[in-house]
Structures are given as C-alpha cells and as structure tokens.
Design a protein around this ligand. Sequence first.
Ligand SMILES: N[C@@H](CCC(=O)N[C@@H](CS)C(=O)NCC(=O)O)C(=O)O
Length: 228
Amino acid sequence: MPLILYVSDASPPARAVLMLAEILQLEFDKQYINPVLREQDSPEMTQKNPMRTVPTLEDGEFCLADSHAIILYLMEKYGQNHRNLYPEDLRVRSTIHQRLFFDCSILFPRLRAIMAPTFLGKLNQPSGSMVTNIEDAYRTLEAYLSQSKYLAGPEMTIADISAVATVCGLDGLHPIDEKRHPNTREWLVNMSRKPFYRKCNAEGNEMLISLLKSSMKNNKQNDKKAKL
Ligand SMILES: N[C@@H](CCC(=O)N[C@@H](CS)C(=O)NCC(=O)O)C(=O)O
C-alpha cells in the first residue's frame, strides 16, 4: 500500500517532510489540501488527524500528524542508509530532538502567527511584537549556529531540514540581518543550495511569501476602504 501524504505546497512543515522524502527517495501518493479553504476540516481529514493540519501521513491503517513526528517515523522506518541525518549517539540525538521541538514550539508558531491572521484578512503587516518574537528566534538560532555549522553539530541532520522550511519563510517576511546573525544567514544560504531544497522547498516558499505579501496588500486596501 503506498504511503499517502496530505500536503500543501505553501506549507512549510509539509515541505520539510517532502525534503526528507526526497533524500530518502520515498514515493508518496500526494493528496493536496488547501488550508486557506479549510479543506483539512472535512470529516474524513478530521478523523485521520483531529488537529486538522498538514502534513498528515497515512501508512496503511496508521495515520500520523505533525511534520516532526512524521520525520522521526520516516527516519526510523526508512532511514537505515542515512544514519548521518539521525545519528544514534544519545547526546546528538537528544540535541536533534530539542532542535525539532524548538522548530515546533518556537519557530513555526511565530511564522503561523503571521500566516493565520493574514489569510483571514486581519493583518496588513507584521506587528511590532511579531517582529520582536521573530528577532528573538533568530537570536536563538544564531547562538546554536555559532556553536556548530549545523543546528545539532558539524553535520546536517533532520533538525536542519525541519527548521529551514520555517526559517526561509520567516526570512521572506523579516529578513535575517547578516550583521547581527551572520551564522544564521550563512546556514540559510548553505541549506538553500542543497538539491533537495531546490527541488522540494524553493518554489513553495516563494509561493507562500508572495501569497502573504499580496494578501497583506489586499487587507491594507480593504482597511482603507472600510475607513472611508
Ligand atoms: N506542528 C505542525 C504544524 C502544522 C500546521 O499548522 N500546518 C498548517 C499549514 S502550514 C495548517 O495545517 N494549518 C491549518 C490550521 O492550523 O487550521 C507540523 O509541524 O506539522
């Protein structure tokens, strides 16, 4: 039975899974869901994933939500020949887990805090506190990346693949200042040159940024009209 992945090209966490799948040479039956149209709220999707988010993985009878959980599942099940992406050393592995939780609990929510109200027509530019939160996340990234070339050590791991899908979106909205965060900028440039990034992430990220910027512009015009 083929693996089914419910995705949206604009979704950063969906693209993180697609980048890993590209490295592992996994084939999916991709089912496209448009989160802006709330297609994830259908009864069928709600049953598969009560959180109603993309990506969602279906492997036979088994359904799994959250890109980080999906990435770990795919690594355990299909990653035997790519152990460098998820080394067995306890401390390295624990650092990888912490960086994945950092993406899940800090980085992505700070991008989503802009995405959700923008697509609902309620935001015409990131607020001061949104920008402060993004800068705070960049400071943490910079601290990690001043210790090592990649997020969990000298080699690229699943932590980098997961985080880069979010960070490129944040950078599109609030660019990483090279002077203040030189290691983060260098890491992003390095990651964005990798073949799996070009194939599975670059276009979707551009689509997300331009969609967000055009929605903000529309929201601004609508605000002006409402005030007339
Ligand atoms: N932590 C989750 C976040 C998933 C998520 O929020 N995805 C967005 C699309 S980028 C979504 O499905 N949003 C719909 C919603 O939250 O209702 C993951 O890593 O998969």
